[in-house]
Design a protein around this ligand. Sequence first.
Ligand SMILES: Nc1ncnc2c1ncn2[C@@H]1O[C@H](COP(=O)(O)OP(=O)(O)OP(=O)(O)O)[C@@H](O)[C@H]1O
Ligand SMILES: [Mg+2]
Length: 298
Amino acid sequence: MSSCSTCASKSGCSKDIKCDFIKPKYGRIRHVVGVISGKGGVGKSSVTGILAVQLRKLGYRVGVLDGDMTGPSIPRFFGINEERTGYAPTDVKDVFKFIPVETSLGIKTISMNFMIEEEEPLLWRGPVLGNALTQLFQDTDWGNLDYLLIDMPPGTGDIALTIMQQFPVDYLVVVSTPQDMVSMIVKKVVNMAEKLEVPIKGVVQNMSYIRCGSCGEKMNVFSRNTAESQAEKMGLPLLAELPIDPDFASYLEEGMAERYAATNKDYDILMEAFRNDENEIAKRVAEAKKKSIPFLDS
Ligand SMILES: Nc1ncnc2c1ncn2[C@@H]1O[C@H](COP(=O)(O)OP(=O)(O)OP(=O)(O)O)[C@@H](O)[C@H]1O
Ligand SMILES: [Mg+2]
């Protein structure tokens, strides 16, 4: 999580807590995870969707916040891009909360794209987008969630900064392709997280290999360097390698990717990487000797 050393108000603040992270008003979220990449088009939204499904398979209550405000990738992954956000009254007169759209597996999802038409461009500048995302996070009725995954925009721009500084992010998951790892485009994001003291759990290498249609053998297509050695160079644990899969792309187009992600065995590797996640978080928090942080569910 970000800390006092990186806070803009540190000189005028006397609080005995690490930072005032924003909290959701209508729900309890135990862990917030940001999914980020060095550049666009590497499969960040796809991996966010697959990870949400795998965490669900582990029995967790999962939500997804679509932080990439300008594209409908998350609604499309779950095949819910025709859905619209509901609104419900709150205890305060004339104040409403958002009702997330639930996927077939019960993943609670919120996206700007549930509020606008898909072809409609969002002609908003960075700070306005940041405020809108904050509102989606705070004003959605999440209920009780174990994990909220945020599909972040690629790179180190305004919204990524807002999320890393102001959202109570437990850690980031970096998504990369082999070429992206070789060229170290990812390194900027890694450095940004380091500066803001946001932990990174590791890297998911997407489009890492292709499976031979006849014998099932895994073939590396982009680089002879192993994903492990590339991850090591970046100083990050390798969480999983996912294949280039033309079937996945077709299911995505048909809005059936959620079911495919739940049943294709190639994605179980991601479930295994997260099986012990809560213990790792607890260990990290204990090691950081945090004095007192404003837990989301307090
Ligand atoms: N493992 C894969 N196998 C085949 N196609 C894939 C795979 N991962 C992603 N794709 C395809 O690549 C395209 C980009 O994926 P995705 O939208 O998840 O990337 P992104 O990093 O979120 O992109 P953006 O930066 O635009 O948000 C999609 O059309 C998707 O179908
Ligand atoms: Mg995306």
